[in-house]
Design a protein around this ligand. Sequence first.
Ligand code: ATP
Ligand code: MG
Length: 416
Amino acid sequence: MSRTLQPVRGTQDLLPAAMRRHRAVVETARLQALRFGYEEIATPIFEFTEVFKRPIGETTDIVMKEMYSFADKGGEEVTLRPENTAGVVRAVIANGLTQSLPLRFFYQGPMFRYERPQKGRFRQFHQIGVELIGIKEPQGDVEVIALGAEILRSLGVLDRVELQINTLGDAASRQTYRDALVKYFTQHASKLSEDSRARLERNPLRILDSKDEGDRRVIEHAPEFFKYLNEESIKFFASVGIGLQDLGIKYKENFRLVRGLDYYTHTAFEFVTTELGSQGAVLAGGRYDGLMGVMGGPETPGVGWAAGIERLALMIAEPAGRPRPVALIPIGEAGEKRALVLAQELRRAGFAVDLGYSGNLKKHMQRANKANACAAVILGEDELKRGVAAVRDLDAGTQSEVPLAALKDRLAAFRG
Ligand code: ATP
Ligand code: MG
Protein backbone atom coordinates (compact mmCIF):
# COMPACT_ATOMS: atom_id res chain seq x y z
CA MET A 1 0.00 0.00 0.00
CA SER A 2 1.23 3.48 -0.75
CA ARG A 3 2.89 5.09 2.24
CA THR A 4 0.59 8.10 2.12
CA LEU A 5 -2.45 5.88 2.67
CA GLN A 6 -1.13 4.99 6.13
CA PRO A 7 -1.93 7.41 8.91
CA VAL A 8 1.07 9.54 9.87
CA ARG A 9 3.29 7.92 12.53
CA GLY A 10 1.80 8.38 15.98
CA THR A 11 -1.71 9.05 14.67
CA GLN A 12 -4.52 6.56 14.30
CA ASP A 13 -7.95 6.08 12.83
CA LEU A 14 -10.61 5.72 15.46
CA LEU A 15 -12.89 3.11 13.90
CA PRO A 16 -16.35 2.70 15.48
CA ALA A 17 -15.31 0.18 18.17
CA ALA A 18 -12.45 2.43 19.37
CA MET A 19 -14.58 5.53 19.01
CA ARG A 20 -17.21 3.94 21.23
CA ARG A 21 -14.63 3.62 24.00
CA HIS A 22 -13.51 7.21 23.52
CA ARG A 23 -17.07 8.43 23.62
CA ALA A 24 -17.79 6.45 26.78
CA VAL A 25 -14.85 8.18 28.49
CA VAL A 26 -15.87 11.65 27.29
CA GLU A 27 -19.57 11.27 28.03
CA THR A 28 -18.97 9.86 31.51
CA ALA A 29 -16.55 12.66 32.26
CA ARG A 30 -18.84 15.38 30.91
CA LEU A 31 -21.76 14.13 32.99
CA GLN A 32 -19.74 14.14 36.22
CA ALA A 33 -18.20 17.51 35.35
CA LEU A 34 -21.67 19.03 34.94
CA ARG A 35 -22.66 17.73 38.36
CA PHE A 36 -19.72 19.64 39.77
CA GLY A 37 -20.73 22.76 37.82
CA TYR A 38 -18.06 22.49 35.11
CA GLU A 39 -19.36 23.54 31.69
CA GLU A 40 -17.76 22.46 28.46
CA ILE A 41 -15.52 24.86 26.59
CA ALA A 42 -13.64 24.41 23.32
CA THR A 43 -10.69 26.51 22.26
CA PRO A 44 -8.95 26.29 18.87
CA ILE A 45 -6.63 23.33 18.33
CA PHE A 46 -3.92 25.70 17.18
CA GLU A 47 -2.75 28.94 18.71
CA PHE A 48 0.06 31.42 18.23
CA THR A 49 3.21 29.59 19.29
CA GLU A 50 3.77 32.20 22.03
CA VAL A 51 0.61 31.02 23.83
CA PHE A 52 2.40 27.76 24.68
CA LYS A 53 6.04 28.81 24.68
CA ARG A 54 6.04 31.22 27.58
CA PRO A 55 3.68 29.49 30.01
CA ILE A 56 4.73 25.90 29.43
CA GLY A 57 8.35 26.94 29.80
CA GLU A 58 11.07 27.35 27.21
CA THR A 59 13.11 24.55 28.76
CA THR A 60 10.45 21.87 29.05
CA ASP A 61 10.48 18.78 26.84
CA ILE A 62 7.19 19.88 25.39
CA VAL A 63 8.47 23.21 24.12
CA MET A 64 11.98 22.06 23.23
CA LYS A 65 11.16 18.80 21.45
CA GLU A 66 7.49 18.00 21.22
CA MET A 67 5.62 20.91 19.68
CA TYR A 68 4.14 20.83 16.20
CA SER A 69 5.03 24.38 15.25
CA PHE A 70 5.00 25.89 11.81
CA ALA A 71 4.63 29.15 9.96
CA ASP A 72 1.30 29.26 8.14
CA LYS A 73 0.89 30.67 4.65
CA GLY A 74 0.54 34.16 6.08
CA GLY A 75 3.79 33.82 8.00
CA GLU A 76 2.16 33.47 11.44
CA GLU A 77 4.03 31.20 13.86
CA VAL A 78 1.43 28.76 15.10
CA THR A 79 1.46 25.52 17.10
CA LEU A 80 -0.93 22.58 17.36
CA ARG A 81 -1.86 22.57 21.03
CA PRO A 82 0.23 20.13 23.12
CA GLU A 83 -2.12 20.65 26.09
CA ASN A 84 -5.14 22.81 26.77
CA THR A 85 -4.59 24.77 29.97
CA ALA A 86 -2.71 27.57 28.21
CA GLY A 87 -5.47 27.79 25.58
CA VAL A 88 -8.24 27.95 28.18
CA VAL A 89 -6.43 30.62 30.17
CA ARG A 90 -5.82 32.61 26.99
CA ALA A 91 -9.54 32.38 26.21
CA VAL A 92 -10.42 33.53 29.73
CA ILE A 93 -8.21 36.61 29.37
CA ALA A 94 -9.26 37.36 25.79
CA ASN A 95 -12.97 37.16 26.62
CA GLY A 96 -12.69 39.23 29.79
CA LEU A 97 -13.98 36.33 31.88
CA THR A 98 -11.78 37.27 34.84
CA GLN A 99 -14.65 39.62 35.72
CA SER A 100 -16.84 36.68 36.69
CA LEU A 101 -14.74 34.38 38.83
CA PRO A 102 -14.74 31.60 39.77
CA LEU A 103 -14.86 29.77 36.45
CA ARG A 104 -15.31 26.04 36.06
CA PHE A 105 -14.55 24.50 32.68
CA PHE A 106 -14.50 21.01 31.21
CA TYR A 107 -12.88 20.29 27.85
CA GLN A 108 -12.10 17.37 25.59
CA GLY A 109 -10.31 17.05 22.30
CA PRO A 110 -7.11 16.27 20.42
CA MET A 111 -3.63 17.32 21.54
CA PHE A 112 -0.40 17.01 19.57
CA ARG A 113 3.11 16.16 20.72
CA TYR A 114 6.02 15.00 18.64
CA GLU A 115 7.23 12.13 20.80
CA ARG A 116 8.15 8.48 20.34
CA PRO A 117 4.93 6.52 19.79
CA GLN A 118 4.35 3.53 22.11
CA LYS A 119 1.40 1.81 23.69
CA GLY A 120 -0.65 4.62 25.23
CA ARG A 121 1.57 7.30 23.73
CA PHE A 122 0.73 8.97 20.45
CA ARG A 123 1.52 12.10 18.49
CA GLN A 124 -2.13 12.96 18.16
CA PHE A 125 -3.85 11.93 21.37
CA HIS A 126 -6.95 13.09 23.17
CA GLN A 127 -7.57 14.53 26.58
CA ILE A 128 -10.41 15.33 28.87
CA GLY A 129 -9.62 18.01 31.38
CA VAL A 130 -10.99 20.53 33.85
CA GLU A 131 -9.91 23.97 35.03
CA LEU A 132 -11.07 25.77 38.16
CA ILE A 133 -10.02 29.39 37.90
CA GLY A 134 -10.28 31.97 40.67
CA ILE A 135 -10.19 29.81 43.81
CA LYS A 136 -7.03 30.24 45.84
CA GLU A 137 -8.09 28.03 48.75
CA PRO A 138 -6.95 24.40 49.05
CA GLN A 139 -10.62 23.38 48.78
CA GLY A 140 -10.24 24.12 45.08
CA ASP A 141 -7.51 21.49 44.79
CA VAL A 142 -9.68 19.04 46.70
CA GLU A 143 -12.63 19.80 44.41
CA VAL A 144 -10.81 19.08 41.16
CA ILE A 145 -9.15 15.94 42.54
CA ALA A 146 -12.54 14.75 43.81
CA LEU A 147 -14.04 15.37 40.37
CA GLY A 148 -11.21 13.38 38.79
CA ALA A 149 -11.77 10.56 41.24
CA GLU A 150 -15.53 10.54 40.58
CA ILE A 151 -14.92 10.28 36.84
CA LEU A 152 -12.47 7.41 37.35
CA ARG A 153 -14.96 5.78 39.69
CA SER A 154 -17.81 5.99 37.15
CA LEU A 155 -15.47 4.60 34.51
CA GLY A 156 -14.84 1.64 36.80
CA VAL A 157 -11.08 2.20 37.04
CA LEU A 158 -10.66 4.02 40.36
CA ASP A 159 -9.67 0.91 42.30
CA ARG A 160 -6.97 0.17 39.71
CA VAL A 161 -5.18 3.50 40.03
CA GLU A 162 -3.22 5.15 42.79
CA LEU A 163 -3.47 8.84 43.57
CA GLN A 164 -0.08 10.39 44.26
CA ILE A 165 0.24 13.95 45.47
CA ASN A 166 3.03 16.36 46.16
CA THR A 167 3.45 20.04 46.75
CA LEU A 168 5.74 22.35 44.86
CA GLY A 169 5.18 25.03 47.47
CA ASP A 170 4.63 28.70 46.83
CA ALA A 171 7.02 30.87 44.83
CA ALA A 172 9.22 31.62 47.86
CA SER A 173 9.63 27.96 48.87
CA ARG A 174 10.30 27.06 45.31
CA GLN A 175 13.14 29.55 45.05
CA THR A 176 14.87 28.25 48.20
CA TYR A 177 14.51 24.70 46.97
CA ARG A 178 15.76 25.62 43.55
CA ASP A 179 18.95 27.03 45.05
CA ALA A 180 19.51 23.84 47.06
CA LEU A 181 18.95 21.70 43.97
CA VAL A 182 21.37 23.70 41.83
CA LYS A 183 23.99 23.30 44.54
CA TYR A 184 23.47 19.54 44.75
CA PHE A 185 23.25 18.84 41.04
CA THR A 186 26.29 21.04 40.32
CA GLN A 187 28.31 18.82 42.66
CA HIS A 188 27.17 15.78 40.66
CA ALA A 189 27.08 17.36 37.22
CA SER A 190 29.52 14.84 35.72
CA LYS A 191 27.06 12.00 36.40
CA LEU A 192 24.10 13.76 34.79
CA SER A 193 22.86 13.31 31.24
CA GLU A 194 23.51 16.04 28.74
CA ASP A 195 19.84 17.03 28.79
CA SER A 196 19.89 17.40 32.54
CA ARG A 197 23.13 19.38 32.56
CA ALA A 198 21.39 21.80 30.20
CA ARG A 199 18.40 21.97 32.56
CA LEU A 200 20.70 22.67 35.51
CA GLU A 201 20.93 26.33 34.70
CA ARG A 202 17.56 26.97 33.19
CA ASN A 203 15.19 24.70 35.09
CA PRO A 204 16.80 22.43 37.71
CA LEU A 205 13.42 21.23 39.03
CA ARG A 206 12.83 19.50 35.76
CA ILE A 207 15.81 17.21 36.36
CA LEU A 208 13.70 15.46 39.01
CA ASP A 209 11.32 14.47 36.21
CA SER A 210 14.08 12.86 34.11
CA LYS A 211 13.63 9.26 33.01
CA ASP A 212 17.37 8.75 32.31
CA GLU A 213 18.92 5.88 34.33
CA GLY A 214 22.04 7.77 35.38
CA ASP A 215 20.00 10.82 36.30
CA ARG A 216 17.68 8.67 38.40
CA ARG A 217 20.65 7.50 40.51
CA VAL A 218 21.72 11.09 41.21
CA ILE A 219 18.13 12.16 41.86
CA GLU A 220 17.77 9.42 44.46
CA HIS A 221 19.84 11.42 46.92
CA ALA A 222 18.77 14.92 45.89
CA PRO A 223 17.45 17.27 48.58
CA GLU A 224 13.77 16.76 49.19
CA PHE A 225 11.31 19.53 48.59
CA PHE A 226 9.30 19.17 51.76
CA LYS A 227 12.31 20.20 53.86
CA TYR A 228 12.33 23.57 52.10
CA LEU A 229 8.65 24.39 52.34
CA ASN A 230 7.69 27.47 54.32
CA GLU A 231 4.92 27.34 56.87
CA GLU A 232 2.25 28.61 54.53
CA SER A 233 3.02 25.98 51.91
CA ILE A 234 3.01 23.22 54.53
CA LYS A 235 -0.37 24.41 55.81
CA PHE A 236 -1.81 24.50 52.32
CA PHE A 237 -0.65 20.97 51.55
CA ALA A 238 -1.98 19.69 54.87
CA SER A 239 -5.43 21.17 54.13
CA VAL A 240 -5.55 19.41 50.78
CA GLY A 241 -4.70 16.14 52.52
CA ILE A 242 -7.42 16.64 55.13
CA GLY A 243 -10.01 17.44 52.48
CA LEU A 244 -9.15 14.27 50.58
CA GLN A 245 -9.35 12.20 53.77
CA ASP A 246 -12.77 13.71 54.57
CA LEU A 247 -13.96 12.52 51.19
CA GLY A 248 -12.45 9.07 51.64
CA ILE A 249 -10.08 9.58 48.72
CA LYS A 250 -6.95 7.51 49.31
CA TYR A 251 -3.62 8.98 48.29
CA LYS A 252 0.08 8.54 48.67
CA GLU A 253 2.55 11.36 49.08
CA ASN A 254 5.24 11.24 46.43
CA PHE A 255 7.85 13.90 46.99
CA ARG A 256 9.49 13.12 43.66
CA LEU A 257 6.37 14.07 41.72
CA VAL A 258 6.96 17.20 39.69
CA ARG A 259 4.84 18.27 36.79
CA GLY A 260 6.32 18.52 33.33
CA LEU A 261 5.12 22.08 32.96
CA ASP A 262 6.70 25.18 34.43
CA TYR A 263 3.72 27.05 35.73
CA TYR A 264 2.71 24.86 38.65
CA THR A 265 2.71 25.86 42.33
CA HIS A 266 1.52 24.06 45.46
CA THR A 267 -0.36 20.84 44.75
CA ALA A 268 0.74 18.45 42.01
CA PHE A 269 -1.05 15.13 41.60
CA GLU A 270 -1.31 12.11 39.35
CA PHE A 271 -3.55 9.09 39.19
CA VAL A 272 -1.21 6.29 38.17
CA THR A 273 -1.80 2.70 37.07
CA THR A 274 0.57 -0.21 36.62
CA GLU A 275 -1.60 -1.64 33.85
CA LEU A 276 -0.15 0.41 31.02
CA GLY A 277 3.56 -0.24 31.35
CA SER A 278 5.64 2.90 31.55
CA GLN A 279 2.68 4.99 30.35
CA GLY A 280 1.25 4.86 33.88
CA ALA A 281 -0.13 8.36 34.36
CA VAL A 282 -3.79 8.43 33.41
CA LEU A 283 -4.79 11.76 34.95
CA ALA A 284 -2.42 14.50 36.02
CA GLY A 285 -2.65 18.06 37.15
CA GLY A 286 -1.99 20.66 39.74
CA ARG A 287 -2.28 24.25 40.84
CA TYR A 288 -1.06 26.98 38.51
CA ASP A 289 -1.42 30.26 40.40
CA GLY A 290 1.33 31.90 38.35
CA LEU A 291 0.00 31.12 34.91
CA MET A 292 -2.57 33.87 34.35
CA GLY A 293 -0.02 36.54 35.26
CA VAL A 294 2.68 35.02 33.05
CA MET A 295 0.24 35.12 30.14
CA GLY A 296 -0.47 38.81 30.63
CA GLY A 297 -3.74 38.62 32.54
CA PRO A 298 -4.54 39.74 36.08
CA GLU A 299 -2.93 37.52 38.76
CA THR A 300 -5.55 34.80 39.24
CA PRO A 301 -5.21 31.42 40.91
CA GLY A 302 -6.10 28.24 39.08
CA VAL A 303 -6.05 24.50 39.47
CA GLY A 304 -6.91 21.70 37.05
CA TRP A 305 -5.97 18.43 35.44
CA ALA A 306 -5.94 16.56 32.16
CA ALA A 307 -6.38 12.86 31.48
CA GLY A 308 -5.40 10.82 28.45
CA ILE A 309 -8.51 9.41 26.78
CA GLU A 310 -6.56 6.66 24.95
CA ARG A 311 -5.11 5.43 28.24
CA LEU A 312 -8.51 5.43 29.96
CA ALA A 313 -10.12 3.81 26.92
CA LEU A 314 -7.71 0.88 27.31
CA MET A 315 -8.78 0.40 30.91
CA ILE A 316 -12.58 0.59 30.81
CA ALA A 317 -14.94 -2.31 30.25
CA GLU A 318 -16.42 -2.77 26.78
CA PRO A 319 -19.12 -0.07 26.46
CA ALA A 320 -22.60 -0.91 25.19
CA GLY A 321 -22.76 -1.11 21.42
CA ARG A 322 -25.08 0.90 19.22
CA PRO A 323 -28.82 0.42 19.76
CA ARG A 324 -30.16 -2.70 18.07
CA PRO A 325 -32.00 -1.72 14.90
CA VAL A 326 -35.29 -2.86 13.44
CA ALA A 327 -34.57 -4.31 9.98
CA LEU A 328 -37.01 -3.43 7.21
CA ILE A 329 -37.17 -6.09 4.55
CA PRO A 330 -38.99 -5.01 1.41
CA ILE A 331 -39.98 -7.62 -1.15
CA GLY A 332 -40.75 -6.20 -4.59
CA GLU A 333 -41.21 -2.67 -5.78
CA ALA A 334 -44.24 -1.76 -3.68
CA GLY A 335 -42.44 -3.02 -0.61
CA GLU A 336 -39.39 -0.92 -1.39
CA LYS A 337 -41.42 2.26 -1.73
CA ARG A 338 -43.26 1.53 1.50
CA ALA A 339 -40.03 0.67 3.35
CA LEU A 340 -38.40 3.99 2.49
CA VAL A 341 -41.26 5.96 4.03
CA LEU A 342 -41.69 3.57 6.93
CA ALA A 343 -37.98 3.88 7.78
CA GLN A 344 -38.41 7.63 8.10
CA GLU A 345 -41.49 7.27 10.31
CA LEU A 346 -39.84 4.74 12.59
CA ARG A 347 -36.63 6.77 12.91
CA ARG A 348 -38.67 9.83 13.82
CA ALA A 349 -40.37 7.70 16.44
CA GLY A 350 -36.96 6.92 17.93
CA PHE A 351 -36.13 3.53 16.41
CA ALA A 352 -32.78 2.67 14.86
CA VAL A 353 -33.66 1.31 11.43
CA ASP A 354 -31.61 -0.90 9.15
CA LEU A 355 -32.79 -0.69 5.55
CA GLY A 356 -31.39 -2.87 2.83
CA TYR A 357 -31.92 -1.89 -0.78
CA SER A 358 -31.57 -5.07 -2.77
CA GLY A 359 -31.43 -8.86 -2.62
CA ASN A 360 -33.86 -11.66 -1.90
CA LEU A 361 -35.41 -12.50 1.44
CA LYS A 362 -32.45 -14.69 2.42
CA LYS A 363 -29.89 -11.94 1.72
CA HIS A 364 -32.01 -9.47 3.66
CA MET A 365 -32.25 -11.79 6.65
CA GLN A 366 -28.47 -12.24 6.64
CA ARG A 367 -28.05 -8.48 6.66
CA ALA A 368 -30.49 -8.15 9.53
CA ASN A 369 -28.59 -10.70 11.60
CA LYS A 370 -25.26 -9.07 10.82
CA ALA A 371 -26.67 -5.73 11.97
CA ASN A 372 -27.75 -7.43 15.21
CA ALA A 373 -31.34 -6.37 14.52
CA CYS A 374 -33.89 -7.23 17.20
CA ALA A 375 -36.79 -7.53 14.77
CA ALA A 376 -37.41 -7.80 11.05
CA VAL A 377 -40.39 -6.21 9.37
CA ILE A 378 -41.12 -8.03 6.12
CA LEU A 379 -43.01 -5.93 3.61
CA GLY A 380 -44.25 -8.28 0.89
CA GLU A 381 -46.74 -7.40 -1.86
CA ASP A 382 -49.51 -9.63 -0.50
CA GLU A 383 -49.20 -8.32 3.02
CA LEU A 384 -49.11 -4.70 1.91
CA LYS A 385 -52.29 -5.20 -0.11
CA ARG A 386 -53.92 -6.33 3.11
CA GLY A 387 -52.42 -3.42 5.07
CA VAL A 388 -50.23 -5.63 7.23
CA ALA A 389 -46.57 -6.57 7.61
CA ALA A 390 -44.90 -9.70 8.95
CA VAL A 391 -42.92 -8.94 12.11
CA ARG A 392 -40.30 -11.46 13.10
CA ASP A 393 -38.76 -11.50 16.54
CA LEU A 394 -35.16 -12.31 15.65
CA ASP A 395 -34.26 -13.50 19.13
CA ALA A 396 -37.26 -15.78 19.67
CA GLY A 397 -37.64 -16.70 16.00
CA THR A 398 -41.42 -16.15 16.17
CA GLN A 399 -43.38 -14.31 13.51
CA SER A 400 -46.76 -12.61 13.43
CA GLU A 401 -48.80 -10.33 11.22
CA VAL A 402 -49.21 -6.77 12.38
CA PRO A 403 -51.46 -4.07 10.85
CA LEU A 404 -49.23 -1.29 9.48
CA ALA A 405 -51.05 1.24 11.63
CA ALA A 406 -50.11 -0.68 14.78
CA LEU A 407 -46.50 -1.26 13.76
CA LYS A 408 -44.92 1.45 15.92
CA ASP A 409 -46.71 0.28 19.04
CA ARG A 410 -45.88 -3.34 18.39
CA LEU A 411 -42.20 -2.58 17.73
CA ALA A 412 -41.92 -0.53 20.91
CA ALA A 413 -41.60 -3.83 22.77
CA PHE A 414 -38.32 -4.41 20.95
CA ARG A 415 -36.79 -1.10 21.86
CA GLY A 416 -35.70 -2.39 25.26
P1 ATP B 1 4.02 11.35 30.48
O1 ATP B 1 4.85 11.39 31.71
O2 ATP B 1 3.30 10.03 30.27
O3 ATP B 1 4.75 11.81 29.27
P2 ATP B 1 2.99 14.01 30.75
O4 ATP B 1 3.44 14.47 32.07
O5 ATP B 1 3.70 14.47 29.54
O6 ATP B 1 2.85 12.40 30.73
P3 ATP B 1 0.62 15.62 30.89
O7 ATP B 1 1.18 16.73 30.10
O8 ATP B 1 0.45 15.77 32.33
O9 ATP B 1 1.44 14.28 30.57
O10 ATP B 1 -0.79 15.16 30.24
C1 ATP B 1 -1.84 14.63 31.02
C2 ATP B 1 -2.21 13.23 30.57
O11 ATP B 1 -2.34 13.15 29.17
C3 ATP B 1 -1.18 12.18 30.91
O12 ATP B 1 -1.32 11.75 32.22
C4 ATP B 1 -1.53 11.08 29.92
O13 ATP B 1 -2.61 10.31 30.39
C5 ATP B 1 -1.96 11.86 28.72
N1 ATP B 1 -0.88 11.97 27.72
C6 ATP B 1 0.17 12.81 27.73
N2 ATP B 1 0.93 12.66 26.63
C7 ATP B 1 0.33 11.67 25.89
C8 ATP B 1 0.61 11.06 24.63
N3 ATP B 1 1.66 11.41 23.89
N4 ATP B 1 -0.21 10.08 24.19
C9 ATP B 1 -1.29 9.69 24.92
N5 ATP B 1 -1.62 10.25 26.11
C10 ATP B 1 -0.82 11.22 26.59
MG1 MG C 1 5.18 13.63 28.30
